[in-house]
Design a protein around this ligand. Structure first.
Ligand code: PLP
Length: 414
């Protein structure tokens, strides 16, 4: 039996069967390319789901990891950690935030934000009636029990009850619905993605986030932006909120922050951060053994440095606009399947009239890795280092796939 088949047997026998992986076993990568165990090369438009923002095996990140691994990988939050302090300072300087809590994933960062908001209202603002979370329909905030409860997609919640609550879902982009949900004064927090990513790459109308911020200020509600996918340069600015000129009280990051090394971060204003400050004599309010460890923080410092030194925000904006135009051309030429191109920077989607998974599988068979967002959107989240020739190759393959597919029976996906 060859190595691929042996490993596939191990996957079938020994992995919990929760995922639906593509039948590819990846072993290495370089830049925007990856290779599988059979030696087949793929162009990677997924970047580990918007994670590997410097591409694979970036020489500076590789050297930083090797160097830090030889110095200190982990020591816990019993002590201050040099790279964690430097990263907290850098994130605070480059964002609205004053303070940072580190963890290991997006879901954990959102958990921390929920705990902060609840305790802020209860202990700091002394408004214990403010307990509910308002989230948007179509949102995605993670897979822990609390974050799945505030995720506005029933398919992710079903079977896991009783869920965390109370949670109110409002239509994304509808300011009046948000105001109405806030009106009774019982919300402790509003959580929104500046662009809904997993839900189908949905950009809200201009002015929406600003209006939500004003409504939150009026009602004393903590505003949380989940920038797990939009953050760290993905939209062409370091953080997605910068496009709207509006700042939250709390922001969560993960994915791209350490270029592939697991990390999560919750950033907060001085005022909001009081929500997790213990009262004298109280226990520590929130913690993580691995959170902010020396290796992950060294990686994140390197990522932020390379984003600046290699002008990756500029590349993201230019390459993203080029990709956006390419996707629009596909809509013009293949309107029988392709409905709409949407997104910002290098967070882009092509809404299609049929199950996007079939299109993604066909592109993979032709050597291009893509992913889906929602059932009917083909998602592009390549490394921020992506070049035009990579995008031409990916668009060419996608066009081939679209050209060979029959029109769908019913129109969906817009
Ligand atoms: N929030 C958003 C906006 C996400 O896109 C994701 C993951 O896709 C998460 C939270 C959850 O992050 P993680 O899988 O690191 O827990």
């Amino acid at each position: 039996m060859n190595r691929h088949d042996k490993l596939m047997n191990a996957a079938r026998r020994h992995l919990v069967q929760n995922y639906r992986q593509q039948p590819v076993i990846l072993t290495r990568g370089e830049g925007c390319e990856v290779w599988d165990v059979r030696g087949q090369r793929y162009l990677d438009m997924t970047a580990g789901i918007a994670v590997c923002c410097l591409g694979h095996a970036h020489p500076k990140l590789t050297a930083t990891l090797a160097m830090q691994a030889g110095r200190l990988i982990h020591a816990s939050n019993l002590y201050f950690i040099e790279t964690q302090l430097l990263l907290a300072e850098t994130l605070a300087h480059r964002s609205f935030a004053d303070r940072v809590f580190f963890c290991n994933s997006g879901g954990e960062a959102n958990e921390a934000a929920i705990k902060l908001a609840r305790r802020y209202q209860h202990v700091v603002a002394q408004r214990p009636e403010k307990i509910s979370i308002i989230a948007a329909e179509g949102s995605f905030h993670g897979r822990t029990i609390a974050t799945v409860s505030i995720t506005g997609q029933e398919k992710y919640r079903k079977g896991f009850g009783p869920l965390f609550g109370p949670v109110k879902f409002v239509p994304f982009g509808d300011l009046e619905a948000m105001r109405a949900a806030l009106a009774d004064g019982t919300a402790c927090a509003v959580i929104l993605e500046p662009i809904q990513a997993e839900g189908g790459i949905i950009v809200p109308p201009a002015g929406y986030l600003r209006g939500v911020k004003e409504a939150c200020v009026e009602t004393g509600t903590v505003l949380i932006f989940d920038e797990v996918q939009t953050g760290v340069g993905r939209t062409g600015r370091l953080f997605g909120y910068e496009h709207e000129g509006v700042t939250p009280d709390v922001m969560t990051l993960a994915k791209g922050l350490a270029g592939g090394v697991p990390i999560g971060a919750m950033l907060a204003s001085d005022e909001a951060a009081k929500g997790l400050q213990p009262l004298p004599g109280d226990a520590v309010t929130h913690a993580s053994t691995f959170g902010g460890n020396a290796l992950a923080c060294a990686a994140a410092l390197c990522v932020l440095d390379v984003i600046e030194s290699e002008s990756l925000l500029e590349n993201c904006s230019e390459a993203g606009a080029y990709l956006g135009r390419g996707l629009e051309r596909l809509v013009e030429k293949h309107g029988h399947i392709a409905v709409q191109a949407r997104g910002r920077g290098l967070l882009r989607g092509l809404a299609v009239r049929q199950d996007a998974a079939g299109i993604v599988a066909a592109a993979r068979e032709r050597g291009v890795l893509l992913s889906i967002a929602g059932a009917n959107v083909v998602r592009f989240v390549p490394p921020l280092t992506v070049r035009r020739d990579h995008l031409d190759e990916a668009l060419g393959v996608l066009e081939n796939v679209l050209a060979t597919r029959a029109p769908a029976a019913a129109g969906t996906g817009a």
